[in-house]
Design a protein around this ligand. Structure first.
Ligand code: GLN
Length: 378
């Protein structure tokens, strides 16, 4: 047997959650909320089931949900996607990313990713028979380094995969960075795949800078998001992709033979829930309060706080606590201290110089406090 992914094991999120369960640790590793979604969202889904909406929806997704997604993007980023031809509902962002890569990337192409990045990007590129070119984010700020991206662009570059707000660092692209990217890509035919799953978790009054909000970039972009993050339903695995019609036609050719479509009742429920903008516009304040409380607690420990502008992740240094490499430190923290975290090296090609771990603060206050009590002992 020759593996298609010889360098891949089980994802760090699965590994750390299993270890957390085994040792009854507070799980601040894998990113998911430990509280439930809005009951009215569940009611909308079960109502759809009771209404008999239980057969295949259209291949591209439930029309009302596509329409509501298009309305949301138009309201927030002033860009009108045609819900018929330019929005597709996917089985979460992970499927959208893999499908986008398979639809556009040919064997022998290069795809640029910014290192560190989410762990599904590079395997998706490798499954397409292409080469992932990892361009480091700025080592200290973990912000995009435009000069480094420019230097990596070649005629073989088929696509660039970006992520804002950024997992794991919590950095958020600025308007200036988006404009610099547009300038950089102008003379090329490079596609932009923009992973924006944390779009509604941007703090301190900063905007979410979407590729869809820049006409020139939108024309070459597949913009991807996930309802799992926005509505506290990571287990539902429903997301969407928005792209110009010509790109979407190619995306759908692959999508139809990948999952064909996504379960009907969840889409129906999400469509009804999405009618009320307050359901997503309140998310930034909700998570900002959690971030602030968690950071205040961590400030009383020996962990070193890194900035967090968005997402539900807080990165910390631990030089004052341990000399262990980050993966060993996370295992020790889980088994001996009772708090699970994710080592940042899981997002890198090579172990980074700075030793950093990531905590997820999408948790009830009581959960965060229990973790903080344990972390304060170190
Ligand atoms: N995106 C989530 C994280 O970064 C986890 C998703 C997963 O478990 N694959 O923690």
């Amino acid at each position: 047997l020759t593996s298609r992914l010889p360098n891949v094991g089980t994802t760090i999120f699965t590994v750390m959650s299993a270890l957390a369960t085994q040792h009854q640790a507070v799980n601040l590793g894998q990113g998911f909320p430990d509280f439930d979604c809005d009951p009215s969202l569940v009611n909308a889904v079960t109502a759809a089931m009771r209404d008999g909406l239980n057969q295949y929806p259209p291949m591209t997704g439930v029309p009302l949900l596509r329409q509501r997604v298009a309305e949301k993007i138009a309201a927030l980023h002033a860009h009108r996607y045609d819900p018929e031809r330019e929005i597709t509902i996917t089985a979460g962002a992970t499927q959208a990313i893999l499908t986008a890569v398979l639809a556009f990337v040919h064997p022998g192409d290069d795809v640029i990713v910014l290192d560190p990045c989410y762990d599904s990007y590079v395997p998706a590129i490798e499954l397409a028979g292409a080469r992932a070119v990892r361009v480091p984010l700025h080592p200290l700020t973990l912000r995009p380094d435009m000069a480094a991206i420019a230097a990596a662009l070649t005629p073989r570059t088929r696509a660039l995969l970006i992520n804002t707000p950024h997992n794991p660092s919590g950095t958020v692209w600025t308007m200036a960075e988006r404009q610099a990217l547009a300038d950089l890509l102008r003379p090329t035919d490079v596609l932009l795949i923009s992973d924006e799953v944390y779009e509604h978790m941007v703090f301190d009054g900063q905007p979410h800078v979407s590729a869809s909000g820049h006409a020139e970039l939108a024309a070459r972009s597949l913009v991807i998001s996930s309802f799992g993050k926005t509505f506290h339903v990571t287990g539902w695995k429903v997301g969407y992709v928005a792209a110009p019609a010509a790109l979407m036609a190619e995306f759908r050719k692959v999508h139809q033979f990948n999952v064909f479509t996504v379960n009907t009742p969840m889409q129906q429920g999400l469509a009804r829930f999405l009618a009320e903008p307050a359901h997503y516009l309140g998310l930034a304040d909700f998570y900002q309060a959690k971030r602030d409380a968690f950071r205040a607690g961590l400030a009383a420990t020996r962990f070193e706080l890194l900035p967090c502008e968005g997402t539900y992740f807080q990165c910390v240094g631990y030089d004052a606590i341990s000399d262990l490499p980050d993966d060993a430190f996370c295992r020790w923290l889980t088994t001996e201290v009772g708090v699970a975290a994710i080592p940042l090296s899981a997002f890198y090609a090579q172990r980074p110089q700075r030793r950093i771990v990531r905590f997820c603060f999408a948790k009830q206050d009581a959960t965060l406090n229990r973790a903080l009590e344990r972390l304060a002992q170190l």
